[in-house]
Design a protein around this ligand. Structure first.
Ligand code: IPD
Ligand code: CA
Length: 333
């Protein structure tokens, strides 16, 4: 891996954990300024980016500036990609190369944050040779810190190893997606066009939820459908084992890279959301970070007849069978 030694990686990991805690505390300070008898009222100012649900607040910008300055001070040779800095540029290209790169969402779940729905967090990834190597997610309202570094385990609040149920780690249900919690996101593409992304997502959600035998054989009868409004927290909850499946299209590398580092370190699988033509037999490969199409499966142990990986791959194919292809693109992808 690049020329970073294991000792340096350990130091970067410690730095990233502290940075996540500090940035999360700053987010919470902004949130708390609004509430209580001495708060500045319910008003939460935000401005729109691509459309009315794609928004940015002062907290997004100030927390990104804080994180960027801490990284630049400590690691001036590392590259920095942050959502708000990137959004201001004209390019939508994938900018992560092989050098050490920080990929940061200062506030994932901005809509939640503006409504004070607790599912918001800071998400920090350190990427080496194109691979998400360290992931830190801190949700300050919940006081949940998720962290992982390649080869050092994935953790909740630095004490509970992920997945939480691990003695043994359960296989995925034999009748999956039945028995699974399916997590998904409505996303920001709300164009009401026939067969657009919004309609394809809804059709996929209904397929996953409907009774077995319904929807012309596509009914998945999942245990539950959840939508947190934060892609990176969705991934953290898959790593925890609370969600079995996460399926989403449209988010960007800063929304997922920390979550992917944590989930992969916990033993989860992340591949593409879009079903290949030969979905029953196609090779299941690791997702491309910048692909904007993600399907994640929780860590799984063996059953009597399958290895953990086999149970995960079976569930990938069961999801692919039920979901529509989504259309999100970017230059060069
Ligand atoms: C959004 C959230 C949401 C996902 C969107 C993201 P933001 O990030 O992660 O769950 O569906 O695609 O853009 O704007 O809150 O940082
Ligand atoms: Ca954000």
């Amino acid at each position: 891996m690049s020329d970073i030694t294991q000792q340096e990686l350990g130091e970067i990991y410690d730095f990233a954990i502290q940075l996540g805690k500090d940035a999360g505390s700053l987010l919470m300070k902004f949130a708390k300024a609004r509430w209580g008898d001495t708060g500045n009222g319910g008003e939460q100012l935000f401005s729109e980016k691509d459309n009315a649900v794609d928004i940015v607040t002062k907290a997004d910008e100030d927390v990104e500036a804080f994180i960027k300055s801490c990284i630049e001070k400590k690691y001036p040779s590392h590259k920095f990609i942050g959502e708000e800095t990137y959004s201001k540029g004209a390019s939508r290209e994938y900018l992560i190369g092989s050098g050490p790169t920080w990929c940061v969402d200062p506030l994932d779940g901005t809509v939640n944050y503006t409504h004070l729905f607790p599912m918001f967090c800071v998400s920090i990834a350190f990427i080496v040779d194109g691979e998400a190597t360290i992931g830190i997610i801190y949700a300050p309202f919940l006081d949940q810190l998720f962290s992982a570094c390649k080869g050092r385990g994935a953790w909740l609040n630095q004490t509970q190893r992920l997945p939480l149920i691990r003695n043994p780690i359960p296989p995925l249900p034999a009748r999956a997606p039945g028995g699974c919690i399916f997590s998904c996101e409505w996303g920001k593409d709300r164009r009401d066009v026939p067969d657009g992304n919004l309609h394809r997502k809804v059709e996929s959600f209904v397929n996953m939820a409907a009774e077995v035998g319904g929807r012309h054989g596509k009914g998945g009868m999942v245990h539950g459908v959840r939508s947190l409004g934060s892609a990176t927290l969705d991934l953290a909850y898959v790593a925890m084992g609370a969600f079995d499946i996460w399926w989403e299209g449209g988010c960007w590398e800063w929304d997922v890279s920390a979550g992917i580092a944590i989930l992969q370190e916990a033993g989860g699988l992340v591949t593409t959301a879009n079903p290949p033509q030969d979905y029953e037999t196609a090779d299941i490969t690791d997702v491309r970070l910048g692909s904007r199409l993600y399907l994640a499966i929780r860590p799984a142990g063996p059953s009597e007849t399958e290895s953990g990986r086999q149970t995960q791959e079976r569930v990938v194919r069961e999801v692919w069978k039920r979901v529509r292809e989504l259309d999100y693109s970017r230059p060069g992808a």
